[in-house]
Design a protein. Structure first.
Length: 468
């Protein structure tokens, strides 16, 4: 049993390690125009700079959970932090788009090691109500990373260089390594073999499908450069599912999805996080490439969302613990969708107060209502002994949702960044949020009710001070 001091240290380490990984999924968006201006490549290269990271992160995050058990969470965190630092420096020094994309893929590999290990560190050092609060705090900060990333990236891009978006990672990595110095590594007593075939099938499957979705804008659907990788990818993804159903030690135990709230919560996660990933990218691209704002100012536009997440997430986390997650997961995405529809008023010339203020406030309120109850619904549906893999699965779903959403950007809404492009993109994001709300309203049940139906044994968690 960890002491209070050890528990606090472990929580800070877990937050810093995961924050770095999640931040790099969003900080890059405001730097894309500057990268394009220096290295070239157009929209497809910009999509690859975002998705190369998400492919390896999403494909390997479940494998990393197995490595955390095999080698010990502290050891895997150290490996991930060092790897992330090296990959970040390589990205910052990249002289060509191809080398930058390769560096981003390596960042994703290292980032995959950070997320499940940080959660496992919390699970191993906190119990009971303290564990719920710690998970809530971890999720709150990692969720805020999605929104604060564009502001930080804008400041670095405007006042230094887009390359500092990557170099800055070294600072929190060094701080985290120092905090980890006295921590002992404790591998699991029972070491589960790693599902290497599952990892390979998942990585090739995601890579093939995403390659085809992005490159169809350059070569067309009829080109073998597009449809061959997509077919191979689809077959590998099908093989991945067969492997998970038949393997003795699967990366993603399909038995988890027999629990109603876990299955429905992940379906809602996919729709909601696809919308958030796409929304963050298109707003930044429009504000810079069409409205002519600087990277810093375009990042500031969404700052109120970050502030509302930090201030209100604990409130809705407490309410979700008391009343259940269902109606918060229904109302929150609908309010956020209304905010995105309101943001369609953005035009050139851009005026924040008349065109964006209402939409930003609605988006912030909706997300604050959504993320904490969503985490409670997913984690509370699974018995504590499997909460680590449940968290890893949910995080993988959210990353893969963002990956696919960015990949289909050009195919669904075109490549010309203007007001009409923004309108189509925000309408698509609002529709995805509405899907998440409908799925939640129909499918989510209070855990006590779900337990009566499906044999679940976990109580509905209460998150009294912090939420996701």
């Amino acid at each position: 049993m960890a002491t209070p001091v050890q528990g606090r240290r472990a929580l800070v380490v877990a937050i810093l390690a995961a924050f770095v990984a999640f931040l790099d999924g969003s900080i890059i968006t405001v730097a894309l125009p500057a990268i394009d201006a220096e290295l070239g490549g157009g929209l497809s290269v910009q999509q690859w700079i975002v998705d190369a990271y998400l492919i390896t992160l999403g494909a390997l995050i479940l494998l990393a959970g197995s490595l955390s058990d095999l080698l010990g969470r502290v050891a895997v965190l150290r490996i991930g932090l060092i790897g992330f630092g090296v990959a970040s420096i390589a990205c910052g020094l990249a002289p060509t788009p191809e080398l930058l994309i390769a560096g981003r893929a390596l960042q994703g590999v290292a980032g995959a090691l950070l997320v499940p290990s940080s959660l496992a560190l919390i699970m191993g050092t906190h119990q009971g109500a303290a564990q719920s609060r710690a998970i809530g705090t971890w999720t709150a900060w990692t969720s805020a990373a999605f929104i604060v990333g564009p502001l930080l990236g804008g400041l670095l891009t405007d006042f230094l260089s887009w390359r500092w978006v990557f170099f800055i990672n070294v600072v929190p990595i060094v701080v985290t390594m120092i905090l980890m110095a006295p921590m002992r590594n404790e591998p699991a007593a029972v070491r589960t073999p790693i599902d290497g075939w599952g990892a390979a099938l998942g990585a090739v499957g995601l890579g093939g499908v995403v390659f085809g979705l992005i490159e169809q804008a350059n070569f067309g659907w009829a080109s073998p450069i597009v449809f061959v990788p997509m077919i191979v990818g689809a077959l590998c993804l099908a093989g991945f599912m067969v492997r998970q159903a038949t393997a003795k030690y699967p990366m993603m135990p399909l038995s988890l999805f027999r629990n109603r709230n876990f299955a429905v919560g992940n379906a809602a996660t996919f729709a909601i996080y696809a919308a958030l990933s796409l929304n963050g990218l298109v707003i930044v691209l429009f504000l810079q490439q069409a409205a002519g704002l600087t990277a810093t100012v375009s990042g500031l536009v969404m700052l109120p969302v970050t502030i509302m997440l930090i201030l209100l997430s604990s409130v809705f986390g407490t309410l979700a613990g008391r009343f259940g997650s269902r109606w918060f997961m229904t109302a929150g995405p609908l309010i956020a969708a209304a905010g995105l529809l309101s943001l369609r008023a953005m035009d050139v010339p851009f005026d924040f107060v008349s065109q964006a203020l209402l939409g930003v406030l609605l988006l912030g309120l909706g997300l604050s209502m959504t993320v904490a109850p969503l985490t409670s619904a997913v984690l509370g549906a699974i018995e504590p002994s499997r909460s680590g893999i449940a968290s890893a699965v949910n995080n993988a779903v959210s990353r893969i949702a963002g990956l696919i959403a960015v990949a289909v950007l050009g195919a669904l809404i075109g490549t010309m960044v203007d007001a009409a492009w923004l309108d189509r993109a925000l309408t698509l994001c609002a529709a995805l949020l509405a899907v998440g709300a409908i799925v939640s309203a129909i499918g989510i049940r209070k855990v006590a009710d779900a337990g009566a139906e499906e044999g679940a044994s976990s109580p509905d968690p209460v998150v009294p001070k912090a939420a996701s």
